[in-house]
Design a protein around this ligand. Structure first.
Ligand SMILES: [Zn+2]
Ligand SMILES: [Zn+2]
Length: 259
């Protein structure tokens, strides 16, 4: 069985003391591919660094809505260079976060649109972060014709109606640890209904730790528990769920299968 953690932040300081052992645990648990995701320029640079160091890690580079205020022309010109790194497989994470509102909403929207433009220009898929901003996310994806590039709605938290709209635009839906929580009725329903060829799994480590480790630091090995939960919801074997989501990950990121 093999698994693909399509969204993690393993460059985080929380792993500085045991990163190598943590990655070994992931490989021992069957995690064959990881995409490490940047959220600002320094973390995007660290992501490409990790991807250079570890053959099974790929990178996404982008500006999170929290950090949108700092994205000036110089940041964008450096980001554009990074996107062209051979192990960079997506632009992101990018999007809107109206829950924490750490950057003004108009700035978040502008930086989101600009990154969609960059991804279109350079022909890479996008990784979308959406928190409490479903309406504006869909509006901007449509206005910017994001269906031309496609990508992922990461840590999906919208409705089934929104999921269907995203699927129609050619996007993949990625499910994270919260699907394992007791109160995740709506998300569980979506995880069971998304067509198997458009479903992805992720940890968003170090955040969003699934059960039975909720409350502790998350790590890529734990994507196993997300897969196990969704396989149960869909009444298919863990092996089938794991293989399908791994293939989807290779497909959306355009990674040639090593194995
Ligand atoms: Zn995110
Ligand atoms: Zn993230």
């Amino acid at each position: 069985m093999r698994l693909f953690d399509t969204h993690a932040h393993l460059d985080d300081r929380k792993y500085d003391r045991d990163r190598r052992q943590m990655l070994k645990r992931a490989q021992d648990k069957g995690i064959q591919y990881i995409v490490n995701v940047g959220y600002d320029l320094p973390s995007s640079q660290r992501s490409t660094g990790l991807a250079e160091e570890y053959p099974f890690i790929y990178a996404a580079v982008g500006i999170h809505p929290h950090d949108a205020s700092e994205a000036d022309d110089e940041v964008f010109s450096k980001l554009k260079n990074l996107v062209q790194h051979p192990k960079v497989v997506a632009v992101g994470e990018m999007g809107l976060d109206y829950f924490r509102d750490l950057s003004p909403r108009d700035v978040q929207q502008q930086v989101f649109r600009r990154q969609l433009g960059l991804a279109k220009e350079l022909g890479k898929p996008v990784i979308i972060h959406d928190r409490d901003a479903h309406g504006d996310i869909m509006k901007i994806l449509k206005e910017e014709q994001a269906s031309k590039i496609g990508g992922i709605l990461h840590c999906f938290s919208g409705s089934w109606e929104m999921a269907q709209e995203c699927l129609e635009m050619g996007f993949y839906i990625s499910i994270a640890g919260p699907v394992t929580f007791h109160n995740a009725r709506k998300l569980a329903e979506i995880a069971a209904k998304v067509p198997l060829n458009r479903l992805l799994i992720e940890t968003d480590a170090p955040y969003l730790t699934p059960e039975p480790f909720r409350g502790q630091r998350n790590e890529s090995a734990h994507v196993y528990y997300v897969a196990e939960k969704i396989a149960g919801l869909r009444k298919i074997s863990l092996a089938d769920l794991a293989e399908a989501t791994t293939r989807n990950g290779l497909e959306v990121f355009g990674i040639k299968d090593h194995f």
